[in-house]
Design a binder for this molecule. Structure first.
Ligand code: GUN
Length: 289
């Protein structure tokens, strides 16, 4: 079987180019450029890399990005006040709190997310936006990873309606929102997670397997049905090399389509952050909706 490689890099370039053009139009109309505040607490090396990519993409398309760095020992109250200040700032269109937070603050994650003004919530993580997405409200701000996967499936003409989809990982960032969106698209969805007893029992029968665990090479050929579509959301650094959740090489000639790591879902997540920022900007500054 021929295995199609689903390139997120190719599609993300087109999306970023389109975003750059949109922002040029705002500039021509004399409007200010969109702006995104990215808060990074602590010095987690993986988060440093992701955040650097987000700033680079902003620069590429003409979004002003504010690089807000706070030390790992910053208190909950200090972060809360920072978010409140950004909520009030008329010149800030989007607020992103990079996750995970340092260990000492982790249990406060949801409390901090809830403080972000939903109109500036470019991640779609606040209860209002997450709920709107889950119940299928059109135009709801969708988490960037989820939106990126949907764009990729659409671009390569892969329809999820009526398909058996297995999502591995139940995080608030990827697994949970993804499962909700797939249900709204009439897929039959199974969500596996850390307590799932026999993973392969579920994955073996799936038409589409989407893994978002961060466990390198968790998904192997024998766990996946021949001809299945495999989407790899994992990005983990092992001995200086970026690897996904899926044993990519073993899937060649077995899966009908697969996303590579790097160059699959990752670049699309960034492109969707740019789109969400432009959306928040447009709603606040152009359409007033
Ligand atoms: N950490 C890993 N992915 C994401 C994301 O999409 N948004 C935020 N805020 N943090 C993340």
């Amino acid at each position: 079987m021929e295995t199609k490689i689903l390139s997120g890099r190719e599609l993300s370039k087109k999306i970023l180019e389109n975003s750059r053009k949109k922002i040029k139009e705002f500039e021509k109309k004399g409007l200010r450029n969109p702006s995104l505040a990215v808060i990074l607490v602590g010095d987690d090396p993986a988060s440093e890399i992701y955040v650097a990519r987000k700033h680079e993409a902003c620069k590429e398309v003409g979004i002003n990005s504010l690089d807000i760095r706070l030390p790992a020992n910053t208190s909950f109250e200090e972060i809360r006040e920072k978010i409140k200040m950004l909520n009030e700032d008329e010149n800030v269109d989007g607020i992103l709190l990079q996750l995970p937070l340092p260990r000492s603050l982790r249990e406060k994650t949801l409390e901090l997310i809830r403080i972000i003004n939903p109109e500036k919530d470019v991640d779609g993580f606040t209860p209002f936006n997450f709920g709107s997405m889950a119940i299928g409200i059109e135009g709801a701000i969708m988490p960037c990873t989820v939106k990126g996967i949907l764009e990729l499936l659409r671009y390569y003409d892969i329809n999820v309606e009526g398909k058996d989809c297995v999502v591995i990982g139940a995080s608030n960032i990827a697994g949970k929102p993804l499962a909700n969106v797939l249900i709204n698209l009439f897929a039959t969805v199974t969500v596996c997670h850390i307590k799932t007893r026999c993973l392969s029992k579920h994955t073996k029968h799936a038409d589409i397997v989407i893994s978002a665990t961060g466990v390198p090479h968790l998904i192997k050929r024998e766990m996946v049905k021949e001809g299945a579509v495999v989407i790899d959301v994992g990005i983990t650094r092992v001995n200086g090399k970026v690897v996904g959740d899926v044993d990519f090489e073993s899937m060649i000639g077995h899966a009908s389509a697969i996303t590579p790591v790097p160059g699959g879902v990752g670049p699309l997540t960034i492109a969707m952050l740019i789109e969400n920022t432009i959306d928040c900007y447009t709603r606040r500054n152009v359409t007033g909706k």
